[in-house]
Design a binder for this molecule. Structure first.
Ligand SMILES: Nc1nc2c(ncn2[C@@H]2O[C@H](COP(=O)(O)OP(=O)(O)OP(=O)(O)O)[C@@H](O)[C@H]2O)c(=O)[nH]1
Ligand SMILES: [Mg+2]
Length: 358
């Protein structure tokens, strides 16, 4: 599962990518600094992981991660495949959700490609490109499907009907995730349409504060979420040692909380992932991301393929009951640990010990 960053050139996509993943991608005040996609991973903060590790004196904690890809900035025409941004759109198809970066910082040294400061207008401009790219893809698909539909093929007929519903939505200038029928929405996701992906806006603001006016409403109207994050400041703080960072934060009257961890958490939720944990003894406790409905043997396979192949059973305890008991052994004593077979559907917050045989 991975997240793609979209936005106009110079909106601060790579700055945000660096902040969240700890990468060192080139950030510069001219358009199209990023040309080739950059890939990285962000650690998902999870207080449950620390609680599990603390309760058992486990020193090493390995958090779940969100994979991210940063691409070139989009400009008018990108949706028709034009320019660097046009090529970049293709790289976004294979992502599972989008983070849409909006320029809301005022800095005369960083030119805005449209020479304005208008985060809401920028959001609409970028969305039009996503919608145009989707419409072009839809049209190609519809032509192919129409041929099969003519011969009366039932599946083709039902697909053609869905495509029409999606097409009407796009023609209205609305994202495919808002298509009228559930069947059309499912089809749009299957086709990897850009405007069908779950989306989250990040307004890149000068200093901590609310989301710029209009963005929240705009996001809500298209079933998206909105955050504001002073990417420049947080990136600067992240580059300092803790002492210097807290001095600068105090000087800027920023308080102790940073927006980046909360944003990563929101990104993780956007992908609709669950977390299960391993860690019943040192050296490490670990959080694992899985999709909803994953069975115990499949989850074991994430840890090691041998564990899936030789799966016998899973010992499962909800994380809070493990923390309360203090160890897996004590949790067993109070009958908090259950034995589950390979078809068990792993639940949010389960701590698992896999019994296997190779
Ligand atoms: N003042 C201020 N400048 C910022 C902020 N975020 C990014 N910048 C600056 O804006 C410029 C562009 O940032 P990038 O991260 O390279 O933007 P981008 O969206 O990746 O740009 P392209 O790769 O060209 O599409 C750089 O000079 C950054 O230092 C911010 O929050 N405040
Ligand atoms: Mg960039």
């Amino acid at each position: 599962m991975q997240l793609g960053l979209v936005g106009l050139a110079n909106s601060g996509k790579t700055a945000l990518f660096n902040l969240l993943t700890g990468a060192d991608g080139e950030v510069a005040p001219y358009a199209y600094t990023t040309r080739e996609p950059l890939r990285g991973a962000a650690n998902v903060p999870d207080p449950r992981l620390d609680a599990i590790a603390d309760a058992q004196d486990i020193p090493r904690r390995v958090p779940a991660q969100v994979q991210m890809v940063d691409i070139a900035g989009l400009a008018a025409g990108a949706g028709r495949g034009e320019g660097i941004g046009g090529a970049a759109l293709g790289q976004l198809r294979e992502t599972d959700a989008l983070v849409h970066v909006l320029r809301a910082f005022d800095n005369a040294e960083v030119p805005h490609p449209l020479e304005r400061l208008d985060p809401l207008g920028d959001a609409e401009a970028v969305e039009l490109e996503l919608i145009a790219a989707d419409a072009a893809q839809l049209e190609r698909r519809a032509e192919r499907v129409a041929k099969s539909a003519k011969s009366g093929d039932a599946e083709a007929l039902s697909e053609a009907a869905d495509l029409e519903v999606i097409s009407a939505t796009l023609e209205d200038g609305r994202p495919a995730r808002l298509a009228e029928t559930e069947s059309a929405r499912a089809r749009a996701s299957e086709m990897w349409l850009l405007s069908a992906k779950p989306m989250l806006y990040v307004a890149n603001v000068d200093e901590p504060g609310p989301v710029p006016s209009g963005i929240e409403e705009h996001a809500a109207a298209s079933e998206a979420q909105a955050f504001s994050l002073p990417v420049g400041i947080e990136l600067e703080l992240a580059g300092l040692d803790p002492q210097e960072a807290s001095e600068l934060a105090a000087e800027l009257e920023l308080g102790d909380t940073r927006g980046a961890p909360a944003l990563v958490e929101a990104c993780y939720r956007l992908l609709d992932l669950l977390t299960f944990f391993t860690g019943s003894a040192p050296p490490e406790a670990r959080a694992w991301p899985i999709t909803r409905g994953t069975t115990a043997d499949r989850a074991a396979g994430k840890i090691h393929t041998d564990m899936e192949r030789g799966f016998i059973r899973a010992e499962v305890v909800p994380w809070d009951q493990l923390v309360e008991a203090g160890s897996f052994a004590k949790a067993r004593e109070v009958a908090a640990v259950r034995m589950e077979g390979k078809d068990y559907v792993v639940q949010e917050g389960d701590v698992m010990q896999i019994r296997f045989n190779v």
